[in-house]
Ligand binder design. Structure first.
Ligand code: 5GP
Length: 193
């Protein structure tokens, strides 16, 4: 997605060896016009797939996922990272190791929001080592629902995430694929959309 790659080149900042900071348009301040385009691109790709739910993980997946859900006209569900006393009914959970925070947390979705008829499109802001997406796939599996594909806004292709998800039989569609960081600049690989 050229618009996204241009924006990453312009406003993204490379931190250390393997982190990209995009807090001016995706992970902190959010550019709704860009999110809307992202929503359209994913929706165009999956319009015929019979998607019934979009699932993401809080917090930074929520913005793109909501626009994908709007474009597909289906509900968006975000997995919660913290225990919540209002979640009293059945909950589905998975353990997820966070790449950026370097802690393992239990993520959860209320069982009532997913059932075995659901065809889910998973959306997340970044794909690094695939742990967040893997946790979501596990939760969706617990509900007996199926995962149609995993849609990623920014994939760091030099990390293991894509291969881990492909090995697990998943389809991965990334709008920007980063091959490497070179002298603080982003070098892109061919994206999926
Ligand atoms: P994974 O579970 O694939 O290892 O990491 C994905 C999660 O880690 C994403 O949901 C995102 O929040 C965070 N993440 C991974 N790499 C980066 C990065 O380079 N920059 C930012 N801002 N977040 C990242």
């Amino acid at each position: 997605m050229k618009l996204l790659e241009d924006r990453i080149r312009e406003d993204g900042r490379v931190l250390g060896e393997n982190i990209l900071k995009v807090d001016s348009f995706l992970t902190h301040q959010v550019d709704f016009a860009l999110m809307k385009e992202i929503g359209q691109v994913f929706a165009d790709k999956f319009r015929q797939a019979g998607i019934t739910k979009v699932v993401t993980i809080e917090a930074s997946g929520i913005a793109p996922a909501l626009y994908v859900a709007e474009a597909l006209k289906v509900p968006m569900i975000f997995a919660k990272k913290a225990k919540n006393i209002t979640m009293t009914e059945g909950i589905l959970t998975a353990e997820v190791y966070s790449f950026t925070k370097q802690v393992t947390s239990t993520v959860s979705i209320a069982a009532k929001f997913l059932d075995k008829e659901d065809k889910v499109l998973v959306i997340d802001d970044f794909l690094a080592n695939g742990q967040a997406a893997k946790g979501l796939v596990e939760i969706i599996g617990q509900a007996g629902a199926s995962v149609e594909a995993i849609g990623i806004v920014i994939e760091k292709s030099f990390q293991d995430g894509r291969q881990i998800l492909l090995d697990a039989g998943q389809t991965v569609v990334s709008l920007a694929r980063i091959e490497k960081f070179e002298n603080g600049q982003v070098v892109f690989a061919q994206a999926d959309a």
